[in-house]
Design a binder for this molecule. Structure first.
Ligand code: 4NP
Length: 157
């Protein structure tokens, strides 16, 4: 059975769709893409149905990463269907943990910050790039590539 991983941020148009695409690239590069179902979602619903922010798409494309998902909001059922839910920052982590408290049973999902898997960074949160300049998107991608490599190694070793 495929292992199901959900990446979560606030709007699901910058960080988590990029994380989804970066991790898919890592899986594909290693021939593991059929072993996983990867998705992303936002804790907020303002951008539901939208493709990823064009600045994020451009920065990713320059690294050979294609972001093709459309935004959706996390739903309580995700906690029962995904094995691993990886959040970008502490607000997302708290929001997912709050959602989990609404369940009348234990979630299936293990809920963790993605940057727990970083190999070359001490940062614990992926900074929100939405209101910043282009540099912010590069920084986000640096952090995501590092943590997704760490995640892949951790769960396949
Ligand atoms: P994301 O970035 O959580 O990485 O998708 C944001 C996107 C939109 C907003 C905030 C953060 N917003 O306030 O609309």
């Amino acid at each position: 059975m495929k292992k199901k991983i959900l990446f979560v941020c606030l709007g699901n148009i910058c960080r988590s769709p990029a994380a989804e695409a970066v991790f898919l690239k890592v899986l594909t590069a290693n021939g593991f893409e059929d072993n996983y179902f990867v998705d992303s979602a936002g804790t907020g619903g303002w951008h539901v149905g939208q493709s990823a922010d064009s600045r994020m798409q451009l920065a990713a494309k320059q690294r050979g990463i294609v972001i093709s998902s459309f935004a959706r909001q996390i739903k309580i059922d995700d906690l029962l269907t995904f094995d691993l839910i990886l959040t970008m920052d502490n607000d997302n982590l708290n929001a997912v943990n709050q959602l989990s408290k609404q369940l009348d049973k234990e979630p299936l999902a293990l809920i963790k910050p993605l940057l727990n898997y970083s190999q070359n960074s001490e940062l614990l949160e992926v900074p929100d790039p939405y209101y910043g300049g282009e540099q912010g998107f590069e920084k986000v991608l640096d952090l995501l590539e590092d943590a997704c490599n760490g995640l892949f190694e951790e769960i396949n070793s």
